[in-house]
Every structure is written in C-alpha cells, then in structure tokens.
Write a protein that binds this ligand. Structure first.
Ligand SMILES: Cc1cc2nc3c(=O)[nH]c(=O)nc-3n(C[C@H](O)[C@H](O)[C@H](O)COP(=O)(O)OP(=O)(O)OC[C@H]3O[C@@H](n4cnc5c(N)ncnc54)[C@H](O)[C@@H]3O)c2cc1C
Length: 497
C-alpha cells in the first residue's frame, strides 16, 4: 500500500519541524507528511515537557528524563552507574542511551537518542548560543548565513534575559568578565540566549517542536500529516531519484511505502546516516568525522557574602522552573574555543550553586566515525552501529585549558577545587555533528551539498546536527536549525521547479 505527498519528512524533532514550518509558510498548498518512530510523552504532541501538567512532568523527569545526560536539566544529577539497570522498550517514549538499542557505544558511552514525538526538542534545556568565527561554515555566503541564523532564532524564539529578577546576576557577570576576559565586548559573559518565552510566575516556556510548527502537531493544516509509531526502514531509490520511503508500524509490523516528490531525513546525527546506510546510500563520508565538543561539568556554591548579598537575597523561581539564572561565557574563536553554560539553581544537598558547565571544540578527524554493520542489527532490525571515538592530543590539551578557564570562572564565584571539575563521558553533550556533513564539493568529505541535498540525488535532503560540517564550541541546535532553514529554502525551490 502506498500514500503520496509532495514532501515526506523523517523525524518530528526540531529540525523536521523547522523544515515543515518553512515549507508550509512558503507554500501552504504543498502536502507534507512527517513520519516519526516515537510516541507521545505527555498527551500534547510536540510540546516541551516543561509545559506538561505537573504529574506527567514529574513522571517524565523522574522516570524518563533522568536517562538524558544533560545533568543540569534533570533535577537530580545522575551518574552512568545509576542508569545501567535500565533498558529500552519500544513502547516507552523518552531519551535513551544509544547503547540500549544494542549498539556498541563503548567509545562514546554518553550518547543518547530520543524516541518520542518531538525528539530531543521536548526535553532540551533550550540554551541557544550562536556559532562564531571558525564555527561558521566558510563556504556559505555570509549574508545568507546571517539571514538564516536570524530566521532560525525567530523559529526557536531565542531571547536573552533573566529567568527571574535576581540581585546575583550583575555581580556574577562582573566576576566572570574579570576572570574570563574577552577582547571583544560582544563576547563578554552575559545572559545565555534561550529558546522560549518568558512568563510571569510560570516556568520559562521552552520552545518545543510544537511551537515551531503547531499545525503539524494539532492537525490544523489541510494536507499536512504526522504519522507516529512509524519506523522508516528504507529509502527506495535508483541511486539518483528517491521514489518512496518504507515505514514499519512499530506495533503491528505492517510495512507501507510513503511516496513524495521531495524527501527529507531529519532523524538525528546517528540515525540519519543509519537510515541512509540501510538503504544502500553509502557515500564515503557517511558516518565519518563524527564530532562532539567535550563537556566539562562542575558546580560551585555561590559565595553570597563576596557579592555583598545574603541567602535571603536568593530568588525563588516559579514552580516547575529548575533554574534561577542561565548565563553564557562565550568562546572567542581559535584563541579560546571554549564556552561556559552557567546555570544558577538551588541544588539539593548543595544549596545555591552555579553550574559551571564548559564545552570545548575538538578536532574533526575521520577516525571518529560510526561503523555500520551489514550483518548485525539493533533491537529494531536497523544496521548495528559501532562508534569509534577518541580525543587527539590537541583535544586533551584543549580540555585541560578549558578546565583552567572553568576553574578561574568558578573561583570568581565561590571556592572550586580541581577535583570538582568532571570531564563527562564522550557523547554526554548530546550535540553530535558531522556524520552527514554539508560541503561545497563532492570530494568524499561530505554527504550533502550546500542545499542539504545528498550528493548525486535529485530529491533527497538532510537536516539536523549531523549536517553541521564545523567543529562547534557552542551548543549544536541553533547551527543545525540555521542549516535546516537553508535546506527548506532549497526544497521549496525544488518543489516549485
Ligand atoms: C536533555 C537535553 C538537553 C538539551 N539541551 C540543549 C541545549 O540547551 N542547547 C542545544 O543547543 N541543544 C540541546 N540539546 C540537544 C537538542 O535537543 C538537539 O540538538 C535537537 O533537539 C535535535 O533536533 P533534531 O530534530 O535534529 O533531532 P531529534 O530531536 O533527535 O529528532 C529526531 C527524530 O527522528 C525520529 N527518528 C529517528 N530515526 C527514525 C526513523 N528511522 N524513522 C522514523 N523516525 C525516526 C526520532 O524518534 C526523533 O523524534 C539537548 C538535548 C537533550 C535531550
């Protein structure tokens, strides 16, 4: 049996939603089908968990969310050991360690995947620092890049400001600016750009895929459909034109081919190349040059007295809001390719702390890659993945340098010892890039062209962090979203051609 649309999209995360939204606004008559393997978590498809009613949210935080590795986000920090007893079930939506599906992620143990409607976009912290200097692909026209960043910011509703009025904010900024100085005033410590909307007396409304493309999740647009619980197992093509995507109903096992004129795969940086591999689409760069910035974690108790304040000055965030403040110490390019994501909160057992999480870019190397198997499969019958990942000598030096920056920043806020700095396991950032890279020429180091179209194909496009070709210091989503905006434009042109 087959169903036909103008556009078929795999993945209902932020990037699938962005492409759907851009196509729908440019060309409302275009029919769009989004296929999503996961299910709903909270009852309202595609909304961020922070919006869910308290019971559902608590269940999500405690039961599902704790499997996600962004320790700042989950209320109680989890260690790798704590999750070892857990396992993956196809009827349980959430974020899971990739290894739970039977893959070999021993060298990338922190890696997780989303298995729910809206993907990681219903879980994310929503920090949206923007790429800078060598993080920006140098082969894209800068005016187009700038316009696309703005469009992505708008779609993600990025703003900068306090989460709650807070007397600690300015003293923290002052301390950080002195401890981690920047030659460029626009790259000094300040508020973290966050994707969402500020609300009086309620948690910061983080942007979920539903906010990006509401019509996709509420069924309000004629010709636009979201089918969930459908695992895409194969892209059908003759090596140049895609003629359909085979989807398998997770419950019944029934297979169906969905046909369109144009296709997009936005199934994350691990499963997008997996689906291409499963379909016999195997460019040399597929899964190669997996990149991730290293994550260095830590907490410092804020020394209120140092800032002329007392514990009585600590504001209480609205119920359901885990953070008091969200700050950013930006990178300054090659000289200091490291940035701080600094989250102020009241932490159980610690008190009033600043989470001093730092990310530093790592080298892009072909040795860091996903190896797909033709013999073994994962729990879903898709190609088994083994991730090869290590840090180069230069990466290790950069990690050490970042720990020094982290320590200087933290000691400007309170007392921070070297032992409090923790390099998280590889994969823990949840910001994986490079596995389906964009490139200016088909020279074996990229999978898609500057429109996000797979080399050699007329109608197969890719979106998501895997497309990002540069080594990012910043959190990955805004960059991936910027490239998705670009790809959506190319798809609209293709549809109208
Ligand atoms: C807890 C947490 C905190 C985070 N915080 C931040 C942050 O502060 N800042 C930041 O920049 N980023 C953050 N991230 C990462 C951010 O959420 C992701 O970069 C972004 O959401 C990726 O969107 P995506 O659409 O590319 O992929 P995903 O969200 O992974 O969506 C892919 C979708 O495709 C579906 N899918 C996969 N394979 C198939 C298939 N074969 N068939 C059908 N469907 C399939 C999946 O189920 C999934 O829903 C965080 C992530 C998490 C989990």
């Amino acid at each position: 049996m087959s169903e036909t649309y103008d556009v078929v999209i795999v993945g209902s995360g932020i990037n699938g939603a962005i492409v759907a939204a851009r196509i729908h606004s440019a060309s409302p008559e275009t029919s769009v089908l989004v296929l999503e393997a996961g299910r709903e978590i909270t009852g309202i498809a595609g909304e961020h968990l922070v919006e869910a009613d308290e019971n559902a949210m608590n269940a999500s935080y405690e039961d599902l969310m704790r499997r996600a590795r962004q320790i700042e986000y989950v209320k109680g920090a989890v260690s790798m050991n704590e999750i070892e007893g857990d396992s993956w079930r196809d009827d349980l939506p959430g974020v899971f360690p990739a290894a739970f599906l039977g893959h070999n992620f021993a060298e990338f143990p922190g890696a997780s995947i989303a298995w729910n409607i809206g993907g990681m976009g219903v879980h994310w912290t929503a920090a949206c620092p923007w790429p800078y200097a060598e993080e920006i692909p140098d082969f894209l026209p800068s005016a187009e890049w700038d316009a696309d960043v703005e469009a992505a910011r708008e779609l993600l509703r990025v703003s900068r400001g306090p989460l709650v009025p807070n007397p600690f904010t300015e003293p923290i900024f002052e301390a950080l600016r002195t401890a981690v100085p920047s030659p460029d005033p626009s790259r000094e410590a300040g508020f973290m750009p966050m994707a969402g909307v500020d609300r009086d007396g309620a948690p910061f409304a983080r942007t979920g895929p539903r906010d990006i493309a509401p019509f996709l999740f509420d069924g309000s647009a004629a010709g636009v459909a979201l089918k969930t619980g459908v695992l895409c197992t194969r892209i059908v093509s003759d090596g140049h034109d895609v003629s359909g995507i085979v989807g398998r109903d997770i419950v019944t096992g029934e297979e169906r081919t969905y046909t369109g004129r144009t296709y997009l795969v936005a199934a994350d940086a691990l499963r997008t190349p997996q689906l291409l591999w499963a379909s016999g689409i195997r460019p040399e760069a597929l899964g190669v040059r997996l990149n991730e910035h290293a994550s260095i974690d830590g907490d410092v108790v804020i020394d209120a007295e140092r800032f002329g304040l007392t514990d009585a000055d600590i504001p209480t965030p609205p119920a359901g809001e885990p953070f008091i403040g969200s700050y950013w110490s930006p990178s300054i390019g090659a000289e200091r390719p490291t940035h701080g994501q600094l989250m102020e909160r009241d932490a159980e057992g610690l008190g009033h702390v600043l989470g001093v999480g730092w990310y530093c870019s790592t080298e892009i190397r072909p040795e860091n890659r996903i190896e797909f198997s033709d013999e073994l499969t994962d729990s879903l019958g898709m190609p088994h993945m083994t991730v090869h990942f290590s840090y180069s000598e230069r990466d290790l030096e950069q990690i050490r340098a970042t720990q020094e920056v982290q320590s200087a920043a933290a000691n400007a806020i309170g007392v921070f010892s070297a032992e409090s700095s923790e390099v998280l396991p590889a994969g823990a950032s949840l910001h994986y890039t490079g596995t389906v890279r964009m490139g200016p020429v088909d020279d074996g180091t990229s999978v898609c062209d500057t429109d996000g179209r797979v080399w050699g194909f007329s109608n197969l496009y890719l979106a998501g962090n895997g497309v990002t070709p540069t080594a990012l210091t910043c959190n990955a989503t805004l960059t991936g979203a910027t490239l998705a905006v670009r790809t959506a434009r190319a798809m609209v042109a293709h549809i109208n051609s």
